[in-house]
Each structure stands twice: as C-alpha cells, then as structure tokens.
Design a protein around this ligand. Structure first.
Ligand code: ADP
Length: 844
C-alpha cells in the first residue's frame, strides 16, 4: 500500500495578521506548510481537521489567550503530544513562562526573538513530527503486513487441510494399496482400505512392518524397505511373487518411494502396491498354453518331416485308377520313380506293366484282375524298374474306394520299396545257411564246395573258391555253375589262367592286396587282357562274364585265398552283393583256417608222438653198445684175475664206450638246442672266425667216421674266410651237414668247399648218396621232419632244423638241391666276410 505523505504543517496562531505574516516569513526558508489561525477557537478548529508538527501560539490574544488554548489542546488526547511554542510580546515574565510550561508548552519565546531560534525549534519539531509520523506509519504498515501474513497463513493452513482431506480421500479411494511407513523400522502411519485388504490384517497401524507381517520374512520385502530408507532410492517391482503363510502365492506390482523431511532426509516410505495375481496366473496360463501349443506344433512339424523323409526314403508311390482299374490320374511319384512318361501309364490300358519285371508281369496282372473282379484289396509283390534301370522289389497294396451306394468309385494304391528289407532278410537267411554248412565239418574242401553250390544261382551264375598253397601256388578247391556240366570249365579256366601277381586287377590283385574287387559290368577288353590263349578266351565266353565280385578269404590277418562270384549275363553286382560276398568270405576263411589249424594241430600231435618214439629209440641206441662194452670190460677184468688187464684191449673198450657217450650227449645237445630255439633263447657268441679253419677241424674230427662210412672227404678252400660269426655254432652247422652227408651218402665221396661271393661266405657240402625227393626239399628243414624211414636211417629229424636256425641267426641262408639217387648238395651262405683278403696273404 502506498501512502501520500504531506509535508508536516505548522499551525500559526496570532490575533494580529501582521504577526502571522511575519511568522510565515520567518519560517519560509524551512519550506514547511503553515496554517494560520487568528484566535484560539480557530486554532482548535484547525486541529480538528489536521495534525500539526508544531503549534506556534501567541500567548496574548483577546478572548481565549494562548495559555487557555494550550490547555484545551492538551486536553485532547490526540494532540497531547503536539509541541506548542508560546510566543509573548512582553518582557520575560517568570510566572507566565511557568504558566506556559504548565499548560503544556514545550517552549516559550518572547518578542523580539531571533528568527533563527524559532526556525531551529520549528525545524526540530517538524523533524520529530516527521519521525513520529514515519514511525507511526511504519507501525501501521507492519500491522497491516502482519495481518496480511496472518490471513495468508490462515488461508494456507486451510488449503493444506483441504489438500490433506483431498489426499486422504484420494488415498482412501485409490485403486492401489497405499501405506505410509515412518522411520528406520518402517512403522505404519497410514494405510488405505485396499492395503488392509491386501495384507489381510486390521491392526497394523503403529506397528513396524516386520512385526506386522512376520509371515513374509525372508522374502526380501523388508530388506528392500531398508534399502529404500537407507539410500533414498525408490524401488519398483513387477509381478513379484509373495508367499503369505498358507495362502496361495500372490503376485504384486509395487513401488517403494522414499519420503523426505524439510531438509531432504528420508523419514519414511510410501508404499504403493497392487495385486496382479489374477493377471499373472492368466499370463502364466497363456504362456503355458502357448508353450504347449508350440511344442505340439513342433511335434507336428517333426512328425510331418519324419513322414516326408520316410516317404522319400521308402520311395513310396501313390496311384489311383478308375473303377475298372485304368490309371485315371497323373501320379508324379510313379513318374519320378520309374521315369515313365505320363502318357505311357495314362494310356487307358496297362502301360504301367512295362515297368514291371518281365518275370513278374503275368502274376501281377492276374492278381490285379482278380482284385478288380472281387473288389477286394489288391496285394502283391513285384520288381519295379527304377528310372536308372535297376529293379527294386516293391510291395503293392491297392484298395477300392466305395461311393455311398456301395459302388467302387476308384482304386487308390501304394507301392513301397522293400528291396533293402528283402535283401537283408535274404542276406541273413543265406548267411545262416552258409554258416551252418561251414561249421558242419572240418573237411573244408567239402564245405567250400557246398558253399559254392549255395551261392549259385541266387548270388552268381558261377563261382569259384581258390586257396593259396604252401608253396605259393593257387588251387581251385571249389567251383559251381548253374549248369552242372559247366563246372569242369570253371576249374579248367584257372588252369589256363596265367596269374600275373603284379596285375592291377582281378584275382591276382585280390590275392596280393587282400582287397575286394567289384566290376558291375565287365568290358569286352577284359577277355583279351588276362587270357593266356584263345582257348581260355573261349572258355570265358562259354562261361559268361558280365559282372563279377572277387573277395579275399582273410583270417587272422592272412590272405588264404579268394572267392569269385560271376554273373554270366543280364545281371549286375551291386554294393549289397559285394558286402554279402565279403561276409560270406570272412566266414569261409575262418572255417578254412580253423580246419587247417585243427589239421595242423592233429599233425603236430602225431609228429610229436612219432618223435617221442624215435627219440626214445635213438637215445637207447648208443646205450646198448655202451652196456655191452662195459660188460666186456667187467668180463676182461674178471678173466685177468690178477688184476692186470691188457691195456690195449682196455683202451679199445674205453674208446668205444666214449664214442657212445658222446653220441648220447650230441643227441641230448640237439634236444636242448631245440628247446632253446623254441623258447627263443639261442644265444650267439660273436667273434672273428675263419670258416675254413672251422671246416678243416670238423673234417679232421670226422676222419674215423668217414673211414667207417667208406667216404673220402675232400675240402677245397681258397684260403681263410673270416667273418664275425659264432665259432661253436658254425662248428655245429658243419658237423650236422657232414654227419648227414656221411649218413645218407655212405660209400661215396663227400666234397666240402668254402668260397666267397659278393661279401658272403659260401659253404657247400656235396654227397653222392640217396638224394632227396623234390617234394621234401623244403620240409626237411622243419622240426622233426625227415624224408627217410626210421627203419633204414636213424635220426631225430632235428639236425637240419637246428642248422637252419643257426644260419638264419647269423644272418645267412641255407638251401638244399638234390637229384634223388645221385646225391644232395647243401649250400650255406653267410654275410659279413670282411677279412678274406687280409688273412689270405699270410696263409698262402
Ligand atoms: P635226421 O638226419 O636226424 O633225420 P636231419 O634234420 O638232419 O635229421 O635231416 C632231416 C632229413 O633230411 C633226414 O631225415 C633226411 O631224410 C634228409 N636228409 C638230410 N640230409 C640229407 C642228405 N645229405 N641226403 C639225403 N637226405 C638228407
């Protein structure tokens, strides 16, 4: 509020207007407003209208004088404090001055007075008045402001109350649960009805949250409140599950909002919560439903995919015909499978029959016509030509589709490829039969012949089983042909077949590599390539060779032979037959191997038994003369009587006895050697040995035996032949060979020679005795093997076995050549000659 504040006025009272003028003149420089009154009454009237800063009052006036006027002014409460300056024209009169002051004047001036004095006083009072008025105004303003503030505060309080009431109303009617929690332990200070309903409890006001809801302890609710209170960060949760005692799990959306006091400190928490259990359940249900739908959908999709791949895998063909059995609609699956053009099978006749195997056509047509006639399900099995020309075994089923009145409207049929199924059935039953045959006997030649007959004609038009022989040859042990009179040719063709062991294909390659061979179609060039002559080419043409498989007979990692299956014409081998043939060959090989092992074991037992009887005979042989000699010795001693014996006779007896003992010990040494060799314990004592010297020594030692056998033994050697060998073992080799030469070549000369050849020492022992049958040449080096009868020649059959083992241990080889009746030559070749020349010089 603005106020217009007038200059304070000065009231001049004098009954003389001139005095009034003079006073005005005096005060003029002060620029104060003046009001003039010419009497006391007039002055009082002026005072009724206005307040004055000061009153300058003439003391002496007619009627009511200055003193009276002053007294009346003072009586008015309003003007009690208005300063009055009395002016008197008279000399200083003490009593009137006193009176003046008594009546309330503040000052008293007598004329003539100094204008300055009056001005100073008036100035002072005007200043005081102004100050006073200002104070008063300020006080009034203050009062006004106070009142205004009060009114405002009042209004604010009122507004706050209204707001609170409104908020309360809002809280109370809010569609969310609301609670106010105070302090660090979260004491409930307000809860709306919804909140109460939500927590299901009536008397939580004034309680700390933990005390109000002990049942939800441990579900992080209180910890969250603590967190909000501590950090002042609001927290919101969506669909949080809360387990309340025995009740079903409920889900809540909530907000914990910190509440702050005037200085921003967190003093409580506003909780707004709404239960979303129903929505949650609905959502979960929806999710569950959609998941189950999804999985159902996926399962459906999978099964559809499976179905499709199955359709694809089994190469199903679906077809339809009209009521009369004529193909009535296109069948893309038939077209795709057979490659037959649409117009061929949609010809209104039986164009589709073209794709059926000629052998199966008649039967198929009969069955189809029969089904049409009886209107019953058509079921058949036939071979169907696939687009690639191969025949597949199909199972067919056609069903009549009836109209409402029971008439056949059409036929719907399906072809399913059951080739693999049939084949595995066939394989299984074939292999079962073959296994039964193979395990029926240990006579493998007979069982192989039986198997060959099993193979023909299902798996081959003709077939052969060839086995490698011990001497590296090949023997056709079994053969079969669908025409029995041709079997002899199957044998014959091998005889005419020159096996080139390095051939890049065919039987030889299979026997060499152990890998199967499969030629679905044999080119014409094949006939000329491997054939020995025209005769063989003709034989092959007669037998027929359109397609073949040749699989090795493998057992324990060894190639025993091969099985060859041949389609003469019209058919082709596929991979399935190859696998089947391999399986069969494996079984046959193990049967052959088993039979051979059995045979060998039997023979080994036989050999052992023979050996035992020979060995006991051989060991006994020297014992008889020994016993005789000892007997004679005893008799000679007894005859002499005096104890003196003819020393010559004694020595002769002892010599003979010694010979028998050393023969015995040689036999035992041989046995020991054999057992050492068997145990792999033949040890060599490597040293520098002169072979010539060794041979010479042995020859020298054998002089008596040679003489006894009537053999002239000669040795030819160029000079020393030194190598790094084992002296005693070499001695043993020469001894064994010379023993045999004297034994089997008695009465004829025996020649020994030592020479060198390309760094090898070569020892030859040649006799002109009985010789050895060529068939026995390799056998005699085996253990216990002999080529003569025990009756004519004694022996253990171990000498050559030990000899060969020693020679091989020294890195050399031994072989025998012989012409029966003319003698034998054994030649030993030893590597490692290094001092032949060096030593020859001093020797020669
Ligand atoms: P053993 O002579 O004790 O029978 P060997 O192992 O020394 O045994 O010889 C094996 C077989 O070889 C003999 O039984 C004999 O049939 C044959 N043999 C060995 N050497 C000769 C030879 N020089 N002449 C003829 N046959 C021989």
């Amino acid at each position: 509020m603005t106020r217009v504040t007038a200059r304070p006025a000065v009231l001049l009272v004098d009954d003389h207007p001139t005095n009034l003028l003079a006073l005005e003149g005096v005060l003029e420089p002060l620029q104060v407003r003046t009001t003039q009154a010419t009497s006391g009454e007039q002055a009082l009237r002026c005072l009724l209208r206005e307040d004055f800063a000061v009153i300058v009052l003439d003391a002496v006036m007619p009627g009511m004088d200055g003193f009276e006027t002053a007294r009346l002014i003072r009586q008015r409460a309003r003007h009690r404090d208005t300063p009055i300056i009395l002016i008197s024209a008279y000399q200083k009169d003490e009593s009137s001055i006193v009176r003046g002051y008594v009546e309330g004047a503040v000052d008293y001036l007598t004329k003539p007075f100094e204008p300055e004095v009056l001005r100073a006083k008036v100035t002072l009072f005007v200043g005081l008045f102004e100050k006073d008025r200002e104070l008063k105004e300020r006080a009034a303003r203050l009062r006004e402001e106070q009142a205004e503030l009060l009114a405002r505060e009042h209004a604010a309080l009122l507004e706050a109350a209204v707001q609170r009431a409104r908020l309360h109303g809002v809280f109370t009617q809010a569609p969310v649960a609301i609670a106010l929690l105070q302090g660090p332990v979260h004491v409930y200070t307000y809860v709306n009805p919804l909140y109460l309903r939500l927590v299901g409890q009536g008397d939580i006001l004034g309680k700390p949250a933990r005390e109000a809801h002990p049942e939800i302890d441990g579900q992080h609710v209180f910890e969250l409140m603590d967190h909000v209170f501590r950090t002042g960060e609001p927290v919101a949760g969506k669909a949080i599950p809360i387990h309340q005692g025995g009740r079903e799990t409920a889900f809540f959306d909530f907000v914990y909002q910190p509440l702050r006091d005037g200085v921003g400190r967190v003093e409580g928490i506003l909780v707004c919560a709404s239960e979303v259990t129903t929505q949650m359940r609905a959502r979960l249900k929806a999710e569950e439903l959609s998941a189950s739908l999804r999985s159902q959908h996926e399962a459906l999709q999978k099964s559809e995919e499976r179905f499709r791949s199955l359709m694809h895998a089994v190469s199903q063909i679906v077809w339809t015909t009209d009521a009369e059995g004529r193909v009535s609609a296109d069948s893309p699956s038939w077209r795709a499978f057979t490659g037959q053009p649409r117009e061929k099978y949609l010809d209104g006749r039986y164009g589709w029959l073209e794709c059926i195997h000629p052998e199966d056509r008649g039967r198929t047509v009969r069955q189809w016509v029969e089904a049409l006639r009886l209107r019953k399900v058509f079921e058949a099995e036939h071979r169907l030509r696939r687009h690639d020309g191969t025949y597949r075994t199909m199972s067919v089923r056609g069903v009549p589709v009836a109209t409402e009145d029971g008439q056949v409207r059409e036929w719907v049929g399906i072809h399913i490829d059951i080739t693999e199924q049939r084949r595995s059935e066939e394989s299984a039953s074939f292999l079962a039969r073959a296994s039964a045959v193979l395990s029926s006997s240990l006579d493998y030649e007979a069982t192989l012949a039986h198997v060959a007959r099993l193979v023909v004609p299902t798996l081959a038009d003709w077939c052969a089983v060839d086995l490698l022989t011990a001497d590296g040859g090949l023997e056709r042990v079994a053969a079969a042909h669908r025409e029995p009179e041709m079997v002899a040719r199957v044998y014959e063709v091998l005889r005419h077949f020159e096996l080139d062991w390095n051939a890049s294909r065919g039987l030889a390659r299979v026997l060499r590599t152990g890998e199967p061979e499969w030629l679905p179609t044999v080119p014409e060039s094949f006939f000329g390539a491997g054939a020995r002559d025209e005769h063989q080419t003709r034989l092959l043409h007669e037998l027929g060779l359109a397609s073949y498989v040749c699989v090795p007979l493998l057992s324990r990692g060894r190639i025993l032979g091969a099985l060859t299956l041949v389609y003469a014409r019209g058919r082709e081998y596929d991979e399935w037959t190859l696998r089947l043939a391999e399986d069969l060959a494996r079984r046959a090989a193990s049967s052959v191997d088993n039979a051979r092992l059995f045979r060998e074991a039997k023979e080994a037992v036989q050999v052992r038994d023979e050996f035992l009887s020979i060995a006991s005979h051989e060991l006994k042989t020297p014992l008889t003369p020994l016993r005789l000699k000892l007997h004679s010795l005893r008799r000679s001693a007894r005859v002499a009587g005096d104890g003196a014996m003819d020393s010559r006779a004694l020595l002769a007896h002892l010599d003979a006895a010694e010979r028998q003992v050393s023969r015995l010990s040689r036999l035992i040494d041989s046995l020991l050697d054999v057992s050492r060799i068997g145990a792999g314990k033949l040890e060599l004592d490597w040293e520098d040995v002169d072979l010539v010297e060794v041979v010479r020594e042995v020859v020298g030692r054998f002089e008596p035996q040679a003489t006894k056998a009537g053999c002239r033994v000669t040795l030819s050697a160029p000079g020393p032949v030194v190598g790094r060998w084992d002296r005693l073992r070499l001695d043993q080799v020469v001894t064994n060979l010379l023993t045999n030469a004297l034994k089997y070549g008695a009465g004829k000369p025996v020649e020994l020679s030592v020479s060198t050849q390309a760094g090898h020492a070569v020892l030859l022992v040649r006799d002109q005795g009985i010789g050895i049958d060529p068939g026995n040449l390799s056998r005699i080096f085996e253990r216990f093997e002999r080529a003569v009868s025990q009756r004519h020649y004694g022996g253990l059959g171990l000498g050559l076995y030990i000899t060969r083992t020693i020679v091989q241990a020294l890195g050399g080889t031994i072989e025998a050549r012989s012409t029966p009746g003319e003698g034998s030559t054994f030649s030993v070749s030893l590597p490692g000659v290094y001092a032949e020349r060096a030593l020859r010089t001093p020797a020669s």
